[in-house]
Design a protein around this ligand. Structure first.
Ligand SMILES: [Cu+2]
Length: 109
């Protein structure tokens, strides 16, 4: 089932524009709605991002972007720069230190 959906998605993207990519984001350090909206807004503000969805409960996200303007590393960098970890990249420690207490990892409470 999943492969059928992704085949359809790939077909759709190619017929639409070869330049558009979708990437999954692992967002393990999000704690609350505020975290989700901070991450979402930071990514949405990047030039070349078409769409971003953050799933707080799933600790994940999905971003659709123009590959000619932006790459995944730049998207990951903006997320770490606002204090959250993404995929295998750690949050910027200064930005993380400034987060509200409720937005920090449970072990730091
Ligand atoms: Cu939070």
């Amino acid at each position: 089932m999943k492969s059928i959906i992704s085949m359809l998605a790939v077909g759709f993207l190619i017929s639409c524009s070869g330049d558009i990519k979708t990437a999954e984001l692992k967002l393990e350090s999000m704690q609350c709605m505020m975290c989700a909206s901070v991450v979402e807004e930071a990514v949405a503000a990047l030039d070349g991002v078409k769409k971003v969805e953050v799933d707080l409960k799933g600790n994940s996200g999905k971003v659709t972007y123009k590959a000619s303007i932006l790459d995944l590393a730049a998207i990951e960098n903006v997320i770490t720069s606002v204090g959250y970890s993404v995929n295998d990249k750690k949050a910027d420690s200064e930005a993380y230190a400034k987060l509200e207490i409720c937005c920090k990892m449970p072990e730091d409470h």
